[in-house]
Write a protein of this length. Structure first.
Length: 223
């Protein structure tokens, strides 16, 4: 397998396992919570944060553990990956996200792909996605520079927190958002609500790239 092939395989496995966890933990959380949305959200947030830590530790040395088109686009802007690699990453991430949703459904005996019915729209939701993605990208960009060894824990901690303090429960990932439109479970979203979420996520990511660059410029000036 070529070097790029290994990186793409890592992105595929990581993204698929991430989505299987997001959707599967949502299904299990609802089943065990007795109708308590807070408990279901705690299960969802804990499982997602936990698997992110594991996946970044495992696949970070191979592919950078993007698992997220917003991260890949940011890395392309910063010239840390080339255009061909970035396009391949995004394609694999979207495909893998769909596969992950189907795996979660299969584990719980549900239809593999469903049409999302959970309405998530409005200014508060869009702002939440912008903030969640901004924080995630800033965590990655500054964490990689200043605390690289702690990056898996930093990302997991941000996502766990953002599940709770954002109105949208922090999708913060265009591939995740699209794939979650293919489930009617606790984690789902209507397909009609996906474009606005993605726009907000991309905007948040771009602001994070600018802010991280400002910090880097300031450090260089002070050195």
């Amino acid at each position: 397998m070529s070097a790029l092939g290994r990186r793409l395989f890592a992105e595929f496995l990581g993204t698929a396992l991430l989505l299987a966890t997001v959707v599967g933990s949502g299904i299990m959380g609802v089943a065990l919570s007795g109708g308590n949305d807070g408990i279901a959200l705690l299960a969802n947030a804990s499982a997602t944060a936990g698997v992110l830590y594991v996946l970044i530790e495992l696949f970070g040395p191979v592919s950078g553990a993007h698992f997220n088109p917003a991260v890949t686009v940011a890395m392309r802007i910063r010239r840390e990956v080339d255009t061909r690699t970035a396009l391949a990453y995004v394609a694999v991430q979207v495909l893998a996200a769909i596969v992950g949703v189907a795996i979660a459904h299969a584990m719980f005996g549900q239809a593999l792909l469903q049409s999302g019915t959970h309405a998530r729209t409005g200014a508060s939701q869009w702002l939440s996605e912008g903030v969640a993605t901004f924080g995630l990208l800033l965590t990655i960009l500054l964490g990689a520079r200043h605390r690289p060894a702690a990056l898996p824990a930093l990302v997991a901690a941000w996502i766990f927190a953002a599940y709770w303090f954002t109105a949208s429960t922090s999708f913060a990932n265009p591939a995740v958002t699209f794939a979650r439109a293919l489930t009617q479970t606790f984690a789902g979203i209507r397909m009609a609500d996906v474009p606005a979420f993605v726009v907000a996520q991309v905007a948040g990511a771009m602001v994070a790239v600018v802010v991280a660059s400002l910090f880097n410029d300031l450090e260089a000036h002070m050195a």
